[in-house]
Design a protein around this ligand. Sequence first.
Ligand SMILES: Cc1ncc(COP(=O)(O)O)c(C=O)c1O
Length: 342
Amino acid sequence: MKMPDLRHAPALPAAHWPLFDVYPQLAALLQPLALCQLPSPVEALPALGEYAWVKRDDGIHPHYGGNKMRKLEFVASELLRKGVRHVYSLGGTGTNFGVAAAILLQELGIELTLFLFRQPPSEHVEHNQQLMRQHGAHLHTFDSLGAAALSWQLHPRRLDPRCYFLAAGASSPVATFAYINAAFELREQIQAGNCPLPAQIILPVGSSATLAGLTLGCALAGLETQVIGVRVAPEKLGFIDICTPAVSRKMMLSAARLLEKHGHPGGSIKVPEPILVSDWFAPGYGCSTAATEAAIRRGMAAGLTLDATYSGKAFGEYLKRLQSGAAPLLFWATLNSQPAQG
Ligand SMILES: Cc1ncc(COP(=O)(O)O)c(C=O)c1O
């Protein structure tokens, strides 16, 4: 298999963060790294009818697209500013975030250790494991999410300032800004006539920063669009919230407080209620169903790359809404479609 080598990556276009046109003070505070080819295109999906649109985050990086690279633009900059030498994080055995982080951190010379919990085996999971190893990540596998999370939480190097304990899915507080920025990017595309104002945006939700960022971002950008998250991870681990509206709400509140401190015009920001649909999660994280497989086939026929853990489930919800609606609906393509994914 040919491995991506970022040192020989094609030249990237100039950084594109329309968020900073509105909040210039934030640029100096967050200083994201220009990793992605932005804006990601918005495209019609004529095979699925006149109202079907997609935002193609799947191709935003020359070697590994998807929503993680957008978040990592903001997260990696924080790692560099803090002089971090080793990142510890967690995810499922087939984590897409783990692959994106392994590729990028190897390039930045930062070590990566991942605490992984078992998910149902598949070719996709196997391939991601290979990619993470080939990019130098240290993998520790556990039978349950609880066991992986406990090892991560109680790690003896927690207090070492050169080590950074990154939340699953790269959903650290700064990651929310990547998708607030993406909402402003979408507004520019609507204003330029590249796509209509979508009545709804549909996307998968795991660690929640993508949903939080888009929900708050659409509100801040004045887009009258409902953002619909499709839950693909368990709601709780014991009494701890993992994937609930409360998790997204907390992320939005923390981003809103930062915006208020750094140049938000007017008074306090009214944080919208996140919308999370739970119909596609069962029978569990990484478990497919006949309905998910059918959605994946329809998406592939329309030219999309989808997986059974995340984007296939959200696409199932998207197709259902497309059938019953008469307004533009935007599917946010969050899975990598570049060749590294195979
Ligand atoms: C392909 C894909 N889509 C969506 C998500 C969910 O994004 P978030 O973790 O921000 O909720 C993930 C998370 O791993 C993912 O891999």
